[in-house]
Each structure stands twice: as structure tokens, then as C-alpha cells.
Design a protein around this ligand. Structure first.
Ligand SMILES: NC(=O)c1ccc[n+]([C@@H]2O[C@H](COP(=O)([O-])OP(=O)(O)OC[C@H]3O[C@@H](n4cnc5c(N)ncnc54)[C@H](OP(=O)(O)O)[C@@H]3O)[C@@H](O)[C@H]2O)c1
Length: 301
């Protein structure tokens, strides 16, 4: 018997936040309270929604005091990896200070914090990262996400950290993610230059969302890796996207990371060991073709 919980979800308008809202709403009996920086992107459908800037310590404190959630799921973040290099102060406030605000606020009612982190906490040299591998972030984004992890780990409060990577999916009023951007580019017959020397495990948000449902329902704590089950280069991913969506793969040109002059350094070899999530949570993430095929159905294409 799963005990019904009151959940405060931040970042509810974002790519992951919308999916988490949908899954918790349709698949669980937990009470959801949604928040994000701006007005809600979709109909609240009976759920409380309020706009809040999570960098404002007093607002975070008041919201936790008002709603008394037993779980806070933090899907809000400053997610522009290159932007973090130039907007360092803002990105730190959102990715680190806000998490500390929730830690302080959550002590009042012993709320658990479920936080989303990233493969960018690793340098991508060795790959095959498990939950106990030693982080070594290359970018300011990665540093901020690791600092938030450390704040949670040393806080003494009940927490779960879920590390994930290369999210894709769909929702309402969203910025494009790699997959939706590529579909649009290829549909408009544009040539795209995609790196063939950055490797990772792309993740459909449904798999991550289900992992979060399991973590909440099974009252799990600690660090979990949750990502897609297939390891491939960004170029190989792009070709698979072209194939699944019946677009012209010849428009996808392989380039090297050094050709792109990206502001933030990327981990080149980001592979996760998924054994803990598979055995402890019982999830079986999709491979790329399966994930893209699901997205194709969701997009009605
Ligand atoms: N996307 C990926 O590939 C990826 C990979 C690894 C890990 N992650 C992690 O997964 C989580 C979810 O990512 P996502 O892709 O769903 O991100 P997203 O679509 O960018 O959503 C993040 C949400 O947080 C909101 N936000 C930003 N600053 C805020 C503030 N000061 N107060 C309140 N809300 C604020 C954003 O609002 P605005 O849009 O209005 O700024 C946005 O709605 C993040 O923790 C991210 O670091 C993502």
C-alpha cells in the first residue's frame, strides 16, 4: 500500500517538470502542488499552481510553510550549459543557492528533497560511471550541479539525487531539446553539423519520470543514475532521429567538438551504469529507437 504524499514540484513548466506532472497525476494518488518561475504553461486541472522564483529564500520558506509537502521534487534549474559560463552568478543562485533554501525550509517539516542532477558532474574521461564514481566537473554548469549534490549529501535531511543526461521529449510551450530541434531543422531541409566525438546515453523523459515515481512511491534515498539504455555518439543519435522520423540523414554532417567552439567543455564519454536503478527500482529504460518511436507517437507524427 503506497502512502499518499503531498508533493511540491518545482520547474513544473519545464521539459521534465511537465512529464513528472503528467505521470504523478495519471499514475499515482499523491497530491501535487506545482510551481515555476512564470505563469503555468498548461491547464492546472485541479492542481494548485503558483509562480515562484526559487532563488528567493523567504518565498521558498513561505511556500514550504504554507503547503507542508512531505516531498519536494526539484526539476527547476538553470539548464543552459553554455549560458552558465557567462551568467555564473545567476546560474549558481538557481542551481545551488535555491537548493540550499529548500534544504533549510524542509527541516521544518522533515520534507524529503528529490533533486535532479547530471552526467556533467563527471569529466567524461573514463565513462561507465556508477553512483559511487568520483565526480570531476569540467564546466560551470557541472560545478553548480555538483555543489547542489554536496549540499544535499551533507545536509542531514532525507534526499534522493537522480543523475541523468541528454533529455528529450515533448510538452507545451517548451524550448527545443536536441531531438525536437533536429526534427525541425531536417524537416526544413537544413544541413546540421553534429559532433561525432561526444558520447552519451540519451534519455526520454518518460523513463526518468517513471524513475521518479518509483523513488517517491518506494521511499528511496541516495543517488541513482537514470538514463536511456543505449550508448552512442551525438552524430549516431542524430542519424537515428532522421531514420525514425523519416527525414534525410544525409543532411547530418559529422564534426568534431573542437570545430564548434562551445563555451562550456563537455564530458566526451558519458556512460552510466544503470544496475542500481534497474535492480532496486525495477525500471528498464528504453534504447534510442524505442524512445524515439514513443516520442513519434506522442508527437502524432
Ligand atoms: N535537459 C537535459 O538534457 C538535462 C540533462 C541532465 C540533467 N538535467 C537536469 O534535469 C532537470 C530538468 O531539466 P529540464 O530539461 O526539464 O529543464 P528546463 O526545461 O529548462 O526546465 C527548468 C525549469 O526551471 C525553471 N526555472 C529557472 N530558473 C528558475 C527560478 N529562479 N525559479 C523557479 N524556476 C526556475 C525554468 O523556467 P524558465 O524556462 O522560465 O527559465 C524551467 O521552467 C534540471 O535539474 C537539469 O539540470 C537536464
Amino acid at each position: 500500500m503506497i502512502q499518499s504524499k503531498k508533493i511540491l514540484l518545482t520547474g513544473a513548466n519545464g521539459l521534465l517538470g511537465q512529464k513528472v506532472t503528467e505521470l504523478f497525476r495519471n499514475e499515482t494518488s499523491h497530491e501535487l502542488i506545482l510551481t515555476d518561475l512564470h505563469d503555468n504553461a498548461f491547464e492546472p486541472r485541479g492542481y494548485d499552481y503558483f509562480p515562484m522564483d526559487i532563488t528567493k529564500k523567504e518565498d521558498v520558506k513561505e511556500s514550504v510553510k504554507k503547503y507542508m509537502p512531505s516531498v519536494v521534487i526539484n526539476c527547476a534549474a538553470y539548464t543552459n550549459v553554455d549560458g552558465c559560463e557567462t551568467e555564473r552568478e545567476l546560474s549558481w543562485r538557481v542551481n545551488v543557492d535555491a537548493v540550499k533554501h529548500f534544504i533549510i525550509a524542509s527541516r521544518v517539516n522533515s520534507a524529503k528533497i528529490v533533486h535532479i542532477s547530471t552526467d556533467y558532474v563527471f569529466d567524461g574521461k573514463a565513462g561507465n560511471y556508477s553512483e559511487t564514481s568520483k565526480p570531476n566537473p569540467l564546466s560551470y554548469y557541472g560545478k553548480s550541479k555538483l555543489a547542489a549534490e554536496n549540499a544535499l549529501i551533507t545536509s542531514g535531511i532525507n534526499f534522493a539525487i537522480v543523475r541523468t543526461m541528454v533529455l528529450y521529449g515533448t510538452g507545451r510551450n517548451l524550448r527545443p531539446n536536441f531531438v525536437t530541434w533536429l526534427i525541425n531543422m531536417l524537416a526544413e531541409k537544413n544541413t546540421v553539423r553534429i559532433v561525432d566525438d561526444q558520447f552519451g546515453m540519451p534519455t526520454i523523459i518518460d523513463d526518468l519520470g517513471w524513475g521518479l515515481v518509483k523513488i517517491v512511491n518506494m521511499e528511496r534515498s541516495g543517488i541513482y543514475n537514470i538514463c536511456g539504455s543505449e550508448y552512442l555518439s551525438r552524430y549516431e543519435f542524430a542519424v537515428k532521429i532522421a531514420n525514425v522520423f523519416r527525414l534525410n540523414e544525409n543532411l547530418v554532417m559529422p564534426v568534431k567538438t573542437s570545430d564548434l567552439n562551445q563555451a562550456a567543455a563537455r564530458p566526451m564519454n558519458s556512460s552510466f551504469v544503470l544496475l542500481k536503478a534497474e535492480t532496486d527500482l525495477g525500471i528498464k529504460p528504453l534504447n534510442v529507437t524505442e524512445g524515439l518511436s514513443l516520442l513519434k507517437i506522442q508527437l502524432g507524427l
